[in-house]
Design a protein. Sequence first.
Length: 223
Amino acid sequence: MVEIIPAIMPKDYEDLDEKMSLFVGVVPFVQLDIMDGKFVPARTWPYPRDAHFDAIVAEEEGMPRWEEIDFETDLMIENPELAVPKWVSAGARRIIVHVESMVDFEKIRASVPVGLIELGLAINTTTPLSAIEPYIDRIDFVQCMGIARIGFQGEEFDERVLENVRALRAKYSELPISIDGSVNMDTARSLVDAGATRLVAGSAILEADDFTQAIAQMKNLVQ
């Protein structure tokens, strides 16, 4: 079954709490798009620094709605090696690192408990798939970016992602493949037909008149 995962770009802690609360009881997972203003131009919570996040990492406070909904973290940041352990402490069930920003995979892999938290590598449409080949047997999934300019919602769909997904599916029949970027009612079916198993959608869900109906509609399109 294809997963539909709403994407949240939290402006601040209050925005994070509000957005996560929307999806409690609607979906099991949301994705948090975390950006530092360096790897990508945009910046989201908890950058540059947030007292709530410091308390969450120290396990003095919990993530908003942590008992009611799980989350995955898409780290669009420089030096993800330093941030991954913090998101492990924060309770992320899946952690996504971009192969273009990664320097030390072994350090990242050692920080993520095998079997407890899924580790995924994201790859841009402009990066050859060979960049993730050395790590494919030590990650849990791949996230293919569906847009050329990452870190922004509402970007134009990049058709090159379809070929990336087809190539990965042909070589790795059991590999979970997630798509993030320009996932909407027009692209969802073609992505799943190519071999995607998880669809991360931001504006197509959050900007809909009825986000629960939008999720249901996307599910119907791909099942």
